[in-house]
Write a protein that binds this ligand. Structure first.
Ligand code: BG6
Length: 487
């Protein structure tokens, strides 16, 4: 992809964790690859915690470089990357400081991208300050999640930002949408005639979507304890994955066609009746345990977490979609920290054959299943039954495997790299539109409210397990189990 469109990329929160681990490394990769970023494109880091450009570059060398290119840094590319970086010292609490930014960038050619890698409480003040110095024209603004705490606060931010920037200028990031395998899900569903006719209630019995992490809350205890897994992972990443799995074929891949179809799914989610919450939602919190031979502490003893915290680090949900394609098919969503494995996958359980001339074993589990693994290694596995060699007609579960790294050895792009290039090039398809975000909050909110009102603590689970037993029990009620429980 060659580009000559110039840009000025302004990074608010320039010394923050996200800038260090994701944004600057992604910009470096795009720079190193050559041809993806216009030579004239500049990066302006905005921060308080550095005195000047040379101090900032020192910070970049110390903190960002270790996060780039796992296979070693290309020193020449690194040196030329640093030349793109400028620094503006701004106190975000002081709107007058924004004149410094205006003076620094107003005469530069091309589009302006303002990336707000800051806490959401700064989104609105930053937008106002940008407008006050006339920087909201010819600009795109990138908002990191979490965007708000609930529907009301997210609407308040969207309203305020929307007064300054038009919706086409606003790029709400959900980094899961930038992941190569998530893109591939669209290719799998809409590029192949094979799956689409089966992708509906007549043939699908249930679907599971899991995002499991081994990591705990790390250094983010403060933030996480006020957020919890439902807001951190379900409202955005899991519901976005669900909407891609369940959406109707869009008429094209342009940004609004895809987002319109995702929105229809989000609006068709069956509202959760607070009286049913115990049957369709499980919340858990990790206790101490052992992960890969290492003892790890309980959530409540992590730095920044209240010792009596009732914040959930695990959620499992049964979700239904009220439309013709999916009525009656349960979608089981699950996410958690300190689980037994790091894995993100989608499991489509198809119905068994309606009548088996081959005996009862043809109805057994372990067949008629598609497993799409998004991470850590991208694979698609189709489980079928085959005859065991030898006498008699005994069936065994076998699988067809597609490992993407065997087909495509190069060219994998990190989510942030793809998304940042999309912002610079004005492609909105992989960003969350305001109405999608509202629909997701609207669906999630009754769960949050009910959990708060009931005042029940989350169910404990030992680190290194798959969450509270109630999560398995919920699936058992529907005659099914999580994939790992079958193996
Ligand atoms: C982030 C969450 O959005 O996604 C984190 O805030 C979580 O809590 C992370 O760890 C998971 O992303 P990935 O790409 O590592 O699966």
């Amino acid at each position: 992809m060659q580009t000559d469109s110039s840009f000025t990329f302004v990074l608010f929160g320039g010394t923050g964790d996200l800038s260090m681990r994701k944004i600057l490394p992604a910009l470096f990769e795009a720079h190193r690859a050559g041809g993806m970023l216009a030579d004239s494109g500049k990066i302006f880091a905005v921060a308080r915690h550095a005195a000047d450009r040379s101090e900032y570059l020192q910070w970049v060398n110390e903190h960002v470089k270790p996060h780039v290119s796992k296979n070693g840094v290309d020193e020449a590319a690194w040196a030329s990357f640093l030349k793109r970086i400028e620094f503006v010292k701004i106190d975000l609490g002081n709107p007058d400081d924004f004149a410094l930014l205006r003076d620094a960038i107003q005469d530069l050619p091309g589009i302006r991208v303002f990336y707000l890698a800051t806490g959401p409480s700064l989104f609105v003040p930053i937008c106002h300050a940008l407008a006050s110095v006339g920087l909201n024209a010819n600009a795109r603004i990138v908002l990191e999640k979490p965007l708000g705490y609930d529907l009301k606060s997210s609407n308040a931010i969207n309203d305020a930002v929307g007064e300054i920037f038009a919706e086409e200028q606003i790029y709400r990031i959900d980094h899961y949408l930038g992941k190569e395998p998530v893109q591939n899900l669209l290719a799998l569903r809409f590029g192949n005639a094979l799956f689409e006719p089966l992708w509906r209630r007549e043939w699908v019995e249930s679907i599971q979507i899991t995002i499991a992490e081994e990591l705990g809350v790390e250094a983010r205890g403060d933030f996480y304890d006020n957020t919890g897994a439902l807001r951190d992972m379900v409202q955005n990443h899991l519901l976005q994955l669900l909407s891609i799995v369940a959406m109707e074929p869009p008429h094209s891949m342009d940004s609004d066609s895809v987002r319109d179809e995702k929105l229809r799914v989000l609006r068709a989610l069956k509202p959760i009746d607070p009286r049913d919450i115990g049957k369709v939602a499980v919340r858990g919190q990790y206790h101490s345990g052992v992960i890969r031979g290492t003892s790890v502490p309980a959530y409540a003893t992590e730095p920044g977490v209240r010792p009596d915290s009732t914040t959930e680090t695990f959620v499992a949900l049964k979700v239904e979609i009220e439309n013709w394609r999916w009525a009656g098919v349960p979608f089981f969503l699950r996410t958690g920290k300190r689980l037994a494995d790091r894995v993100a996958e989608i499991v489509v359980n198809f119905r068994p054959v309606p009548h088996s001339a081959l005996g009862a074993s043809a109805l057994r589990a372990g067949a008629n299943r598609l497993v799409i693994r998004l991470q850590p290694n991208e694979t698609i596995r189709l489980y079928c039954l085959a005859k065991q060699p030898g006498e008699g007609m005994n069936l065994a579960s076998v699988h067809l495997d597609l490992a993407f790294d065997q087909f495509f050895r190069e060219g994998q792009m990190e989510a942030y790299q793809r998304l940042l290039l999309d912002v610079i090039n004005g492609r909105l398809a992989l960003f969350v539109r305001r109405d999608e975000q509202e629909a997701a909050w609207r669906w999630v909110e009754p769960i949050l409210n009910e959990w708060k009102a009931s005042n029940k603590p989350p169910k404990p689970y030992a680190s290194g397990t798959w969450g509270p037993a109630a999560s398995s029990a919920m699936l058992a009620q529907h005659g099914t189990c999580w994939l790992e429980e079958e193996n």
